[in-house]
Design a protein around this ligand. Sequence first.
Ligand code: ARG
Length: 458
Amino acid sequence: MALWSGRFEEGVDDFTQRFGASLPVDKRMYAQDIAGSRAHAKMLAATGVISAQDAQEIDAGLAGVLADIEAGTFVFDINDEDIHMAIEGELTRRIGSAGARLHTGRSRNDQTITDTRLLVKDFCVQLMRGNLALRQALVNQAKAHPEVVMPGYTHMQHAQPVLFAHHMLAYYWMFQRDFGRIAAALQAADVNPLGSAALAGTTYPLDRRMTAQELGFSQVTPNSLDAVSNRDFLLDLQYACSVTMIHLSRLAEEIILWSTQEFGFITLSDSYSTGSSIMPQKKNPDFAELIRGKSGRVVGDLMSLLMVMKGLPLAYNKDMQEDKEGAIDAFDTVCDSMRCMCGMIETMQIHPDAMMESARKGHMAATDVADYLAKKGLPFREAHAVVGHLVLLCEKRGCQLDDLSLSDFKAECDLFEADITEQLDLPSIVRARTTEGGTSPQAVAVQMQAVEETMAHD
Ligand code: ARG
Protein backbone atom coordinates (compact mmCIF):
# COMPACT_ATOMS: atom_id res chain seq x y z
CA MET A 1 0.00 0.00 0.00
CA ALA A 2 1.22 3.49 -0.83
CA LEU A 3 2.28 5.77 2.00
CA TRP A 4 -0.70 8.02 1.18
CA SER A 5 -3.32 5.25 0.99
CA GLY A 6 -5.28 6.08 4.21
CA ARG A 7 -8.30 7.70 2.52
CA PHE A 8 -8.50 5.11 -0.28
CA GLU A 9 -10.51 1.91 -0.37
CA GLU A 10 -8.86 0.46 -3.45
CA GLY A 11 -5.37 0.63 -4.87
CA VAL A 12 -4.55 1.79 -8.41
CA ASP A 13 -4.18 -1.03 -10.90
CA ASP A 14 -0.81 -2.22 -12.11
CA PHE A 15 -0.90 -0.23 -15.31
CA THR A 16 -1.82 3.11 -13.72
CA GLN A 17 0.72 2.46 -10.99
CA ARG A 18 3.46 2.19 -13.61
CA PHE A 19 2.04 5.05 -15.64
CA GLY A 20 2.08 7.38 -12.64
CA ALA A 21 5.41 6.31 -11.19
CA SER A 22 8.51 8.48 -11.51
CA LEU A 23 10.81 6.02 -9.75
CA PRO A 24 12.65 4.83 -12.90
CA VAL A 25 13.69 8.45 -13.50
CA ASP A 26 13.98 9.98 -10.04
CA LYS A 27 15.97 7.15 -8.48
CA ARG A 28 18.86 9.07 -10.03
CA MET A 29 18.33 11.51 -7.10
CA TYR A 30 18.67 8.93 -4.32
CA ALA A 31 21.75 10.59 -2.81
CA GLN A 32 20.11 14.02 -2.86
CA ASP A 33 16.91 12.62 -1.37
CA ILE A 34 18.81 11.03 1.49
CA ALA A 35 20.88 14.17 2.09
CA GLY A 36 17.65 16.24 2.15
CA SER A 37 16.02 13.85 4.63
CA ARG A 38 19.04 13.79 6.90
CA ALA A 39 19.12 17.60 6.99
CA HIS A 40 15.36 17.75 7.61
CA ALA A 41 15.53 15.24 10.48
CA LYS A 42 18.47 17.02 12.08
CA MET A 43 16.58 20.31 11.88
CA LEU A 44 13.38 18.73 13.27
CA ALA A 45 15.37 17.60 16.30
CA ALA A 46 17.14 20.95 16.69
CA THR A 47 13.77 22.75 16.73
CA GLY A 48 12.25 20.21 19.13
CA VAL A 49 9.74 18.79 16.64
CA ILE A 50 11.13 15.26 17.01
CA SER A 51 13.41 13.81 19.68
CA ALA A 52 17.16 13.65 19.36
CA GLN A 53 16.83 9.87 19.62
CA ASP A 54 14.44 9.71 16.66
CA ALA A 55 16.74 11.96 14.60
CA GLN A 56 19.71 9.79 15.41
CA GLU A 57 17.84 6.62 14.39
CA ILE A 58 16.67 8.29 11.17
CA ASP A 59 20.19 9.38 10.36
CA ALA A 60 21.70 5.94 10.96
CA GLY A 61 18.82 4.28 9.08
CA LEU A 62 19.27 6.56 6.08
CA ALA A 63 23.02 5.94 6.10
CA GLY A 64 22.22 2.21 5.85
CA VAL A 65 19.77 2.75 2.98
CA LEU A 66 22.37 4.85 1.16
CA ALA A 67 25.02 2.18 1.58
CA ASP A 68 22.65 -0.47 0.23
CA ILE A 69 21.68 1.60 -2.80
CA GLU A 70 25.34 2.25 -3.55
CA ALA A 71 26.19 -1.41 -3.11
CA GLY A 72 23.41 -2.26 -5.57
CA THR A 73 21.56 -4.43 -3.03
CA PHE A 74 18.57 -2.12 -2.56
CA VAL A 75 15.53 -3.48 -4.40
CA PHE A 76 13.48 -0.72 -6.02
CA ASP A 77 9.76 -1.44 -6.26
CA ILE A 78 7.66 0.47 -8.80
CA ASN A 79 4.77 0.32 -6.30
CA ASP A 80 6.65 2.88 -4.22
CA GLU A 81 5.90 5.38 -7.02
CA ASP A 82 8.89 7.65 -6.53
CA ILE A 83 12.31 7.81 -4.91
CA HIS A 84 10.94 9.75 -1.95
CA MET A 85 8.48 7.05 -0.94
CA ALA A 86 10.88 4.24 -1.83
CA ILE A 87 13.44 5.54 0.63
CA GLU A 88 11.04 6.66 3.36
CA GLY A 89 9.10 3.39 3.13
CA GLU A 90 12.24 1.31 3.44
CA LEU A 91 13.51 3.46 6.32
CA THR A 92 10.29 2.92 8.25
CA ARG A 93 10.39 -0.82 7.56
CA ARG A 94 13.88 -0.79 9.06
CA ILE A 95 13.52 1.53 12.06
CA GLY A 96 9.79 1.73 12.74
CA SER A 97 8.12 4.79 14.27
CA ALA A 98 11.15 7.10 14.13
CA GLY A 99 11.10 6.62 10.34
CA ALA A 100 7.40 7.43 10.29
CA ARG A 101 8.17 10.81 11.95
CA LEU A 102 10.59 11.90 9.20
CA HIS A 103 7.93 13.40 6.94
CA THR A 104 6.68 15.79 9.67
CA GLY A 105 6.34 19.32 8.28
CA ARG A 106 7.35 18.21 4.82
CA SER A 107 5.59 17.37 1.56
CA ARG A 108 6.88 15.55 -1.48
CA ASN A 109 6.26 18.84 -3.23
CA ASP A 110 9.08 20.63 -1.41
CA GLN A 111 11.06 17.39 -1.11
CA THR A 112 11.18 16.69 -4.84
CA ILE A 113 12.20 20.20 -5.75
CA THR A 114 14.87 20.25 -3.04
CA ASP A 115 16.31 17.04 -4.45
CA THR A 116 16.11 18.38 -7.98
CA ARG A 117 17.91 21.59 -7.05
CA LEU A 118 20.69 19.59 -5.38
CA LEU A 119 20.92 17.36 -8.45
CA VAL A 120 21.11 20.35 -10.79
CA LYS A 121 23.86 21.93 -8.70
CA ASP A 122 25.82 18.71 -9.00
CA PHE A 123 25.11 18.54 -12.75
CA CYS A 124 26.37 22.10 -13.19
CA VAL A 125 29.65 21.36 -11.45
CA GLN A 126 30.18 18.35 -13.73
CA LEU A 127 29.25 20.34 -16.82
CA MET A 128 31.72 23.06 -15.85
CA ARG A 129 34.50 20.48 -15.53
CA GLY A 130 33.72 19.03 -18.96
CA ASN A 131 33.49 22.51 -20.42
CA LEU A 132 36.93 23.46 -19.07
CA ALA A 133 38.51 20.26 -20.41
CA LEU A 134 37.09 20.93 -23.86
CA ARG A 135 38.27 24.54 -23.81
CA GLN A 136 41.74 23.37 -22.81
CA ALA A 137 41.82 20.99 -25.79
CA LEU A 138 40.98 23.88 -28.15
CA VAL A 139 43.65 26.07 -26.56
CA ASN A 140 46.22 23.28 -26.89
CA GLN A 141 45.48 22.86 -30.60
CA ALA A 142 45.72 26.63 -31.09
CA LYS A 143 49.06 26.74 -29.28
CA ALA A 144 50.43 23.75 -31.14
CA HIS A 145 49.86 25.45 -34.52
CA PRO A 146 50.47 29.16 -33.98
CA GLU A 147 51.42 30.02 -37.59
CA VAL A 148 49.15 27.76 -39.63
CA VAL A 149 47.06 29.67 -42.18
CA MET A 150 43.72 28.37 -43.43
CA PRO A 151 40.92 29.78 -45.56
CA GLY A 152 38.35 31.82 -43.67
CA TYR A 153 34.83 31.54 -45.05
CA THR A 154 31.64 33.50 -45.40
CA HIS A 155 28.72 31.76 -47.16
CA MET A 156 31.05 28.73 -47.22
CA GLN A 157 33.06 30.56 -49.91
CA HIS A 158 36.71 31.53 -49.50
CA ALA A 159 36.73 34.99 -47.93
CA GLN A 160 40.00 35.96 -46.24
CA PRO A 161 42.83 33.86 -44.82
CA VAL A 162 42.85 33.34 -41.06
CA LEU A 163 45.03 31.56 -38.54
CA PHE A 164 43.93 28.05 -37.64
CA ALA A 165 44.61 29.09 -34.03
CA HIS A 166 42.18 31.99 -34.42
CA HIS A 167 39.53 29.55 -35.67
CA MET A 168 40.09 27.23 -32.69
CA LEU A 169 39.86 30.17 -30.29
CA ALA A 170 36.57 31.29 -31.85
CA TYR A 171 35.15 28.03 -30.48
CA TYR A 172 36.97 28.63 -27.21
CA TRP A 173 34.93 31.80 -26.66
CA MET A 174 31.67 30.09 -27.55
CA PHE A 175 32.30 27.48 -24.87
CA GLN A 176 33.57 30.11 -22.47
CA ARG A 177 30.18 31.84 -22.70
CA ASP A 178 28.48 28.47 -22.16
CA PHE A 179 30.42 28.19 -18.93
CA GLY A 180 28.82 31.46 -17.83
CA ARG A 181 25.36 30.13 -18.70
CA ILE A 182 25.99 26.95 -16.69
CA ALA A 183 27.24 29.04 -13.76
CA ALA A 184 24.05 31.11 -13.95
CA ALA A 185 21.94 27.92 -13.87
CA LEU A 186 23.90 26.79 -10.83
CA GLN A 187 23.19 30.08 -9.09
CA ALA A 188 19.49 29.82 -9.96
CA ALA A 189 19.37 26.32 -8.46
CA ASP A 190 21.20 27.35 -5.31
CA VAL A 191 18.12 28.31 -3.23
CA ASN A 192 16.53 26.15 -0.55
CA PRO A 193 12.81 25.39 -1.07
CA LEU A 194 12.64 22.88 1.83
CA GLY A 195 10.12 24.00 4.47
CA SER A 196 7.61 25.21 1.88
CA ALA A 197 5.80 21.92 2.52
CA ALA A 198 2.87 21.21 0.15
CA LEU A 199 2.33 24.84 -0.89
CA ALA A 200 1.71 27.08 2.12
CA GLY A 201 4.48 26.42 4.65
CA THR A 202 3.75 24.51 7.88
CA THR A 203 2.64 24.96 11.47
CA TYR A 204 5.92 23.51 12.78
CA PRO A 205 8.73 25.88 13.82
CA LEU A 206 11.00 24.79 10.96
CA ASP A 207 14.41 26.39 10.65
CA ARG A 208 14.81 26.78 6.91
CA ARG A 209 18.14 28.55 7.24
CA MET A 210 19.50 25.53 9.05
CA THR A 211 18.50 23.06 6.32
CA ALA A 212 19.89 25.52 3.75
CA GLN A 213 23.21 25.48 5.53
CA GLU A 214 23.19 21.71 5.99
CA LEU A 215 22.52 21.19 2.28
CA GLY A 216 24.87 23.90 1.01
CA PHE A 217 22.21 26.27 -0.34
CA SER A 218 23.23 29.91 -0.15
CA GLN A 219 19.68 31.29 0.14
CA VAL A 220 16.12 30.22 1.02
CA THR A 221 13.10 30.69 -1.24
CA PRO A 222 10.96 33.67 -0.17
CA ASN A 223 7.51 32.34 -1.21
CA SER A 224 6.25 28.82 -0.54
CA LEU A 225 3.84 28.79 -3.51
CA ASP A 226 6.56 29.87 -5.91
CA ALA A 227 9.05 27.50 -4.27
CA VAL A 228 7.07 24.36 -5.14
CA SER A 229 5.95 25.63 -8.57
CA ASN A 230 9.23 27.01 -9.85
CA ARG A 231 11.11 25.06 -12.50
CA ASP A 232 12.97 28.06 -13.94
CA PHE A 233 16.35 26.77 -12.83
CA LEU A 234 15.74 23.59 -14.84
CA LEU A 235 14.90 25.69 -17.87
CA ASP A 236 18.11 27.65 -17.26
CA LEU A 237 20.08 24.42 -17.12
CA GLN A 238 18.46 23.11 -20.27
CA TYR A 239 19.00 26.37 -22.11
CA ALA A 240 22.68 26.26 -21.16
CA CYS A 241 22.77 22.62 -22.33
CA SER A 242 21.02 23.50 -25.58
CA VAL A 243 23.37 26.36 -26.48
CA THR A 244 26.36 24.16 -25.63
CA MET A 245 25.01 21.46 -27.95
CA ILE A 246 24.49 24.01 -30.72
CA HIS A 247 28.12 25.04 -30.36
CA LEU A 248 29.25 21.42 -30.32
CA SER A 249 27.12 20.75 -33.37
CA ARG A 250 28.68 23.63 -35.31
CA LEU A 251 32.16 22.43 -34.40
CA ALA A 252 31.19 18.86 -35.32
CA GLU A 253 29.98 20.09 -38.70
CA GLU A 254 33.34 21.75 -39.41
CA ILE A 255 35.19 18.63 -38.32
CA ILE A 256 33.07 16.56 -40.68
CA LEU A 257 33.78 18.96 -43.56
CA TRP A 258 37.48 19.27 -42.77
CA SER A 259 37.92 15.51 -42.82
CA THR A 260 36.37 15.08 -46.30
CA GLN A 261 38.53 14.28 -49.34
CA GLU A 262 37.57 17.71 -50.68
CA PHE A 263 39.00 19.58 -47.70
CA GLY A 264 41.57 17.20 -46.19
CA PHE A 265 42.41 19.76 -43.49
CA ILE A 266 42.43 17.22 -40.67
CA THR A 267 42.58 13.51 -40.03
CA LEU A 268 40.59 12.20 -37.11
CA SER A 269 42.29 9.62 -34.96
CA ASP A 270 41.10 6.05 -35.46
CA SER A 271 39.61 6.03 -31.98
CA TYR A 272 37.18 8.78 -33.02
CA SER A 273 36.19 7.25 -36.38
CA THR A 274 34.37 4.18 -37.61
CA GLY A 275 34.53 1.98 -40.70
CA SER A 276 31.92 0.68 -43.10
CA SER A 277 30.58 -2.87 -43.11
CA ILE A 278 30.71 -2.97 -46.91
CA MET A 279 33.24 -0.37 -48.13
CA PRO A 280 36.68 -1.38 -46.87
CA GLN A 281 38.24 2.03 -47.50
CA LYS A 282 35.80 4.03 -45.37
CA LYS A 283 36.77 6.04 -42.33
CA ASN A 284 33.70 7.92 -41.15
CA PRO A 285 33.44 10.80 -38.67
CA ASP A 286 30.50 9.03 -36.95
CA PHE A 287 31.07 10.56 -33.56
CA ALA A 288 31.08 14.11 -34.85
CA GLU A 289 27.88 13.31 -36.75
CA LEU A 290 26.35 11.81 -33.63
CA ILE A 291 27.14 14.93 -31.61
CA ARG A 292 25.54 17.02 -34.37
CA GLY A 293 22.49 14.73 -34.25
CA LYS A 294 22.21 14.67 -30.47
CA SER A 295 21.92 18.46 -30.42
CA GLY A 296 18.35 17.95 -31.68
CA ARG A 297 17.51 15.81 -28.66
CA VAL A 298 18.80 18.35 -26.18
CA VAL A 299 16.97 21.27 -27.76
CA GLY A 300 13.87 19.04 -27.80
CA ASP A 301 14.28 18.46 -24.06
CA LEU A 302 14.23 22.22 -23.48
CA MET A 303 11.14 22.61 -25.66
CA SER A 304 9.38 19.78 -23.77
CA LEU A 305 9.82 21.44 -20.40
CA LEU A 306 8.77 24.83 -21.74
CA MET A 307 5.58 23.20 -23.01
CA VAL A 308 4.99 21.29 -19.75
CA MET A 309 5.18 24.52 -17.75
CA LYS A 310 3.07 26.61 -20.08
CA GLY A 311 -0.32 27.38 -18.54
CA LEU A 312 0.20 25.48 -15.26
CA PRO A 313 -1.63 27.12 -12.38
CA LEU A 314 0.00 27.34 -8.95
CA ALA A 315 1.09 25.34 -7.11
CA TYR A 316 2.26 21.73 -7.61
CA ASN A 317 0.64 19.82 -10.46
CA LYS A 318 1.57 16.28 -11.40
CA ASP A 319 2.50 17.56 -14.87
CA MET A 320 5.67 18.78 -13.23
CA GLN A 321 6.81 15.22 -12.59
CA GLU A 322 7.72 15.33 -16.30
CA ASP A 323 10.46 17.85 -15.47
CA LYS A 324 13.33 15.52 -14.67
CA GLU A 325 13.51 13.05 -17.54
CA GLY A 326 14.44 15.67 -20.14
CA ALA A 327 16.79 17.51 -17.82
CA ILE A 328 18.69 14.32 -16.98
CA ASP A 329 18.77 13.34 -20.64
CA ALA A 330 20.08 16.77 -21.61
CA PHE A 331 22.75 16.66 -18.93
CA ASP A 332 23.92 13.15 -19.83
CA THR A 333 23.96 13.98 -23.53
CA VAL A 334 25.92 17.20 -23.10
CA CYS A 335 28.42 15.59 -20.72
CA ASP A 336 29.09 12.70 -23.08
CA SER A 337 29.17 14.95 -26.15
CA MET A 338 31.67 17.36 -24.56
CA ARG A 339 33.85 14.47 -23.50
CA CYS A 340 33.75 12.95 -26.96
CA MET A 341 34.47 16.29 -28.64
CA CYS A 342 37.34 16.95 -26.24
CA GLY A 343 39.01 13.66 -27.18
CA MET A 344 38.37 14.24 -30.86
CA ILE A 345 39.99 17.68 -30.76
CA GLU A 346 42.93 16.46 -28.68
CA THR A 347 43.73 13.62 -31.06
CA MET A 348 42.98 15.08 -34.49
CA GLN A 349 45.88 15.63 -36.85
CA ILE A 350 46.17 19.00 -38.61
CA HIS A 351 47.37 19.26 -42.23
CA PRO A 352 48.82 22.77 -42.64
CA ASP A 353 49.87 22.15 -46.26
CA ALA A 354 46.35 21.23 -47.32
CA MET A 355 44.98 24.30 -45.55
CA MET A 356 47.53 26.53 -47.27
CA GLU A 357 46.96 24.95 -50.67
CA SER A 358 43.24 25.52 -50.32
CA ALA A 359 43.80 29.09 -49.11
CA ARG A 360 45.65 29.86 -52.38
CA LYS A 361 42.40 29.39 -54.28
CA GLY A 362 39.53 31.84 -54.42
CA HIS A 363 41.42 35.15 -54.72
CA MET A 364 41.47 35.70 -50.98
CA ALA A 365 44.00 38.54 -51.38
CA ALA A 366 41.38 40.67 -53.16
CA THR A 367 40.43 42.81 -50.14
CA ASP A 368 44.09 43.52 -49.45
CA VAL A 369 44.75 44.49 -53.08
CA ALA A 370 41.81 46.91 -52.88
CA ASP A 371 43.16 48.26 -49.55
CA TYR A 372 46.55 48.76 -51.27
CA LEU A 373 44.92 51.07 -53.82
CA ALA A 374 42.79 52.81 -51.19
CA LYS A 375 45.90 53.51 -49.13
CA LYS A 376 47.39 55.13 -52.23
CA GLY A 377 44.43 57.51 -52.33
CA LEU A 378 41.91 55.77 -54.60
CA PRO A 379 38.43 55.83 -52.99
CA PHE A 380 37.73 52.33 -51.61
CA ARG A 381 34.62 51.80 -53.76
CA GLU A 382 36.68 52.48 -56.91
CA ALA A 383 39.48 50.25 -55.67
CA HIS A 384 36.88 47.52 -55.07
CA ALA A 385 35.75 47.81 -58.71
CA VAL A 386 39.34 47.68 -60.04
CA VAL A 387 40.07 44.51 -58.11
CA GLY A 388 36.73 43.07 -59.17
CA HIS A 389 37.89 43.41 -62.78
CA LEU A 390 41.21 41.75 -61.95
CA VAL A 391 39.37 38.83 -60.34
CA LEU A 392 37.18 38.53 -63.42
CA LEU A 393 40.34 38.44 -65.55
CA CYS A 394 41.72 35.63 -63.36
CA GLU A 395 38.46 33.70 -63.60
CA LYS A 396 38.60 33.97 -67.41
CA ARG A 397 42.22 32.85 -67.52
CA GLY A 398 41.69 30.18 -64.87
CA CYS A 399 44.44 31.59 -62.67
CA GLN A 400 44.89 33.30 -59.29
CA LEU A 401 45.71 36.95 -58.52
CA ASP A 402 49.33 36.08 -57.82
CA ASP A 403 49.68 34.61 -61.33
CA LEU A 404 49.04 38.05 -62.88
CA SER A 405 51.98 40.15 -64.06
CA LEU A 406 52.64 43.73 -62.96
CA SER A 407 51.50 44.90 -66.40
CA ASP A 408 48.18 43.07 -65.92
CA PHE A 409 47.76 45.04 -62.69
CA LYS A 410 48.86 48.32 -64.25
CA ALA A 411 46.44 47.83 -67.16
CA GLU A 412 43.60 48.12 -64.66
CA CYS A 413 45.10 50.92 -62.56
CA ASP A 414 48.45 52.71 -62.78
CA LEU A 415 48.71 53.08 -59.00
CA PHE A 416 49.99 49.48 -58.88
CA GLU A 417 53.76 49.16 -58.29
CA ALA A 418 56.10 46.17 -57.95
CA ASP A 419 55.39 45.98 -54.21
CA ILE A 420 51.88 44.67 -55.01
CA THR A 421 53.31 41.13 -54.80
CA GLU A 422 53.67 41.59 -51.01
CA GLN A 423 49.89 42.09 -50.82
CA LEU A 424 49.39 38.69 -52.39
CA ASP A 425 51.28 36.68 -49.83
CA LEU A 426 48.81 34.88 -47.54
CA PRO A 427 50.91 34.90 -44.35
CA SER A 428 51.53 38.65 -44.73
CA ILE A 429 47.80 39.22 -45.34
CA VAL A 430 47.14 37.46 -42.04
CA ARG A 431 49.99 39.32 -40.31
CA ALA A 432 48.49 42.65 -41.35
CA ARG A 433 45.19 42.09 -39.52
CA THR A 434 46.42 43.54 -36.27
CA THR A 435 43.08 44.93 -35.06
CA GLU A 436 42.27 43.94 -31.48
CA GLY A 437 40.50 40.59 -31.83
CA GLY A 438 41.87 40.18 -35.37
CA THR A 439 43.68 37.19 -36.85
CA SER A 440 47.32 38.37 -36.96
CA PRO A 441 49.70 36.23 -34.88
CA GLN A 442 50.36 39.32 -32.76
CA ALA A 443 46.64 39.96 -32.11
CA VAL A 444 46.07 36.25 -31.47
CA ALA A 445 48.88 36.31 -28.90
CA VAL A 446 47.08 39.13 -27.10
CA GLN A 447 43.83 37.17 -27.39
CA MET A 448 45.61 34.17 -25.90
CA GLN A 449 46.36 36.20 -22.77
CA ALA A 450 42.64 36.87 -22.37
CA VAL A 451 42.02 33.16 -22.94
CA GLU A 452 44.50 32.26 -20.18
CA GLU A 453 42.86 34.76 -17.84
CA THR A 454 39.41 33.26 -18.36
CA MET A 455 40.81 29.74 -17.97
CA ALA A 456 42.41 30.72 -14.67
CA HIS A 457 39.23 32.48 -13.50
CA ASP A 458 36.56 29.91 -14.51
N1 ARG B 1 7.10 12.13 -7.93
C1 ARG B 1 6.63 13.47 -7.78
C2 ARG B 1 7.38 14.40 -8.77
O1 ARG B 1 8.35 14.00 -9.30
C3 ARG B 1 6.87 13.96 -6.39
C4 ARG B 1 5.91 14.98 -5.93
C5 ARG B 1 4.56 14.40 -5.88
N2 ARG B 1 3.65 15.11 -5.13
C6 ARG B 1 2.35 14.84 -5.20
N3 ARG B 1 1.60 15.46 -4.42
N4 ARG B 1 1.89 13.97 -6.04
O2 ARG B 1 6.95 15.50 -9.04
